[in-house]
Design a protein. Sequence first.
Lengths: 113, 114
Amino acid sequence: DGGITQSPKYLFRKEGQNVTLSCEQNLNHDAMYWYRQDPGQGLRLIYYSQIVNDFQKGDIAEGYSVSREKKESFPLTVTSAQKNPTAFYLCASSIPDRGTEAFFGQGTRLTVV
Amino acid sequence: GQQLNQSPQSMFIQEGEDVSMNCTSSSIFNTWLWYKQDPGEGPVLLIALYKAGELTSNGRLTAQFGITRKDSFLNISASIPSDVGIYFCAGTRGVTGGGNKLTFGTGTQLKVEL
């Protein structure tokens, strides 16, 4: 079945360590996105990519980095510079000419201890 | 970045009741979307709206794109227990094509009492 796969579902890391969250899609979508969700809040955009080898900062990019070497993959690295990394991270993708209809993965809950 | 104002923040209703929630913005949006999120899962797209004044249904769900382009409404008729979850509105200001950024509302948490 086509879809977006995020892994792992749960991730625990020590403070000061970098961690990479995986996002893979087999929907042949050009655009991919990373969102952060905190309790009681909506989704905030971290980074997005409209095409391979290109990506743009979203509203809260500080402390995060991404790469887009393949169409299917858009990994997110949470660096030690992110001051409050504990959150629920969501990856999404969309078709360019229907760019507003983003489809989401199941999320990764990152806890930094 | 801006977040859309969504109300109510939470609702506790009885099974069979109709539900209404809305989303407002100080800016004009060209697209409105409504998502539902179950606990610990990613949001699932319910309805997409592309034209001011558009009224679209998906089963028991009906959503409308406000005439002013600054608001949208979602109605759920005859609620059932599986309607429980958080409902998010989202919108874009850009024209269609190529990775438009979605701005999300703060969410409405719906709880249904049997």
